[in-house]
Design a binder for this molecule. Structure first.
Ligand code: GDP
Length: 590
């Protein structure tokens, strides 16, 4: 169903194609395509892939309307189509719990202690393996725990679009209280919209002070029940195995309220919890099934990796044939090792799996060609194109006071077109987990009076998350405001370097005209821009490509000296011309 068009001709193009194919389709030379792409800032070689949107722009330039082929990615489209569940098919499923908290507050000990309760009950029947997640049973109800504690893994998964956690247990040591990573964990859980349960750990220690912890949490907007809030806080001792039953009860309660459901009777979709290459068995991945049921023998795709489930094992190393929602399972049979957080889908057969993988690879290659990163500079274009309605900000500051001031000021910038949403603020340097959080939320990181850790900077570069540093609040606010208004194109200001007067014109067979000049003021530099003024009017604007003192080429000449000047492509000097030297300087906006 083609829309009415004023173009003479319309053609159908796939979602991704090579430069060469586009040239062929449009009936123009590939060189022409490459040149046209360059004018749009896209550098693509003959056999590189570009996406449909880019191709359509080029087509439009040559008077051809491009229509996107509906069958461009049939396999991927079919896959996405399949995953819609009817409400009637949804059945209750176990909660998936992640343990967060400051280092040394006892996350690992708590995970071990909870696991032990199961072993002690004699259910596991032997060695329990660490596969990245495990499941226990509590009053006949299973609960799944992600076995990698801490918010780094939690947010890394979210950054890949995989939210597996239903409930976050925040471990706070009763003798140590709320610490920086406790704050981070709170921020990450809140940003993910995951309900929190607080486990106040190490209550066996003499210095423990659970009430102080509760009080401190209040300052971070986590209000526990004793203080009139709705967050459950359970005193525990991972070492002494105290309070574990109460903690599990709390988890069961929060899970019940959340009414977690999934459709077990369809093809599975799962998330990679961890994966490695086993020298004997090949790629091994621990998956957490989100919906559907995974069967031995299923063909699967994990991002750009296809495979077939050759064998499956549960967290006790026991072979199993099926795995339903919220079940952690070790899978053998993937072609290579997928990344943690990657989504895994069961498909009809291996042929479909390969088709999906092929289409995804092509699509990614095309997207890489013109990846639109979320930078402040491009924000306005994205806003006007309707691509962004919300500017999500992760804010790191030196002290809490400034965080609050900045957050308040930023949120006042909200307009009808865009909302500024500060999803997380904390004190201290910008670290990897801040960048991941921004990536997960599709936002940017602003650092105020605080440094950016080198690994975080690298991570920002790799993931395309912009990190900006400021030392003055109003500049930060101004920058964001300007970005929101689309005023953020870099501003260049002309800076004058000096003036020279042409006293005598020489001819050189090699370099053309040389203006024998006297420097009136400032400093003239080779390669500067030059405005040739005659009778008060500008007659040319060119680049200085030669400065000579006597016979020597020099880099610069000061006021009060004579010199020989040549200008690139200008051979029309007259005595009395004034040469104005200047350069463009990008205005500091930060
Ligand atoms: P993580 O870094 O949060 O995973 O913390 P760990 O589980 O590694 O525990 C850090 C330290 O605290 C270890 O030395 C544990 O033995 C100790 N620890 C953990 N839980 C308790 C507890 O309930 N009581 C006491 N006294 N020590 C604990």
């Amino acid at each position: 169903m083609a829309a009415p068009t004023t173009k003479e001709r319309s053609i159908t193009l796939p979602a991704a194609m090579t430069v060469k194919d586009l040239g062929d389709a449009l009936g123009i030379s590939p060189i022409d395509v490459i040149k046209r792409l360059m004018t749009h800032g896209v550098m693509a070689a003959l056999n590189q892939t570009i996406d449909f949107t880019t191709a359509a722009v080029i087509a439009d330039e040559v008077g051809i309307e491009a229509l996107e082929a509906e069958t461009a990615r049939p396999a991927v489209a079919a896959l996405e189509h399949e995953i819609v569940d009817e409400a009637g098919d949804l059945k209750p499923r176990p909660p998936v719990v992640t343990i967060l908290g400051h280092v040394d507050h006892g996350k690992t000990s708590l995970l071990d202690a909870i696991r032990q309760t199961k072993v002690a009950a004699g259910e596991a029947g032997g060695i329990t393996q660490h596969i990245g997640a495990y499941q226990i049973e509590r009053n006949g109800q299973p609960i799944t725990f992600i076995d990698t504690p801490g918010h780094a893994a939690f947010t890394a998964m979210r950054a890949r679009g995989a939210q597996v956690t239903d409930i976050a247990v925040l471990v706070v040591a009763a003798d140590d209280g709320v610490m920086p990573q406790t704050q981070e964990a709170i921020g990450h859980a809140l940003a993910a919209g995951v309900p929190l349960i607080v486990a106040i750990n190490k209550i066996d220690l003499p210095g423990s002070n659970p009430d102080r912890v509760k009080q401190q949490l209040t300052e971070h907007n986590v209000i526990v029940e004793d203080f009139g809030g709705d967050v459950l806080a359970i005193p525990v001792s991972a070492i002494k195995r105290e309070g574990l039953e109460e903690l599990l009860d709390a988890i069961a309660l929060v899970a019940e309220v959340a009414e977690l459901k999934a459709n077990p009777s369809r093809k599975a979709d799962a998330v990679v919890v961890e994966a490695e290459l086993d020298p004997a068995r090949g790629p091994i991945a621990t998956l957490l099934v989100k919906g559907g049921t995974l069967h031995q023998g299923d063909a699967v795709v994990a991002g750009e990796i296809s495979g077939k489930v050759k064998a499956m094992f549960d967290d006790a190393g026991k072979r199993i044939k099926t795995a339903g929602p919220s079940t952690p399972v070790v899978v053998m049979g993937l072609e290579s090792v997928p990344a943690a957080g990657e989504r895994v889908l069961a498909v009809d057969d291996e042929k479909t799996a390969r088709a999906v993988v092929d289409e995804r690879k092509r699509e990614r290659e095309a997207a890489e060609q013109n990846r639109g990163r979320l930078a402040l500079d491009t924000l306005f274009h994205e806003i006007s194109a309707g691509n962004i309605k919300e500017l999500v900000i992760v804010l790191k500051t030196d002290v809490r006071g400034s965080a609050e001031a900045i957050k308040g000021a930023l949120e006042q910038l909200n307009s009808e077109e865009v909302k500024v949403k500060v999803i997380y603020t904390a004190t201290g340097p910008v670290n990897d987990s801040d960048v991941m959080l921004a990536e997960a939320a599709g936002g940017i990181v602003l650092a105020f009076n605080t440094r950016v850790e080198p690994t975080a900077r690298r991570q920002g570069e790799n993931s395309g998350v912009e990190i900006r540093s400021y030392t003055i609040i109003y500049q930060l606010i101004d920058d964001v405001q300007r970005a929101l208004r689309g005023l953020h194109d870099p501003v260049y200001k002309e800076v004058q370097d000096g003036h020279a007067e042409v006293r005598q014109v020489f001819k050189s067979s090699r370099v053309g005209q040389i203006a024998g000049s006297f420097v009136l003021d400032g400093t003239l530099r080779r390669n500067a821009s030059v405005r040739v003024m005659r009778g008060g009017r500008e007659i040319a604007k060119v680049r200085c490509d030669g400065l000579k003192r006597f016979k020597d080429d020099v880099r610069e000449v000061q006021a009060g000296y004579e010199c020989g000047i040549t200008l690139a492509g200008f051979d029309d000097f007259e005595e009395g011309d004034i040469l104005e030297f200047f350069h463009d300087e990008k205005q500091a906006q930060v």
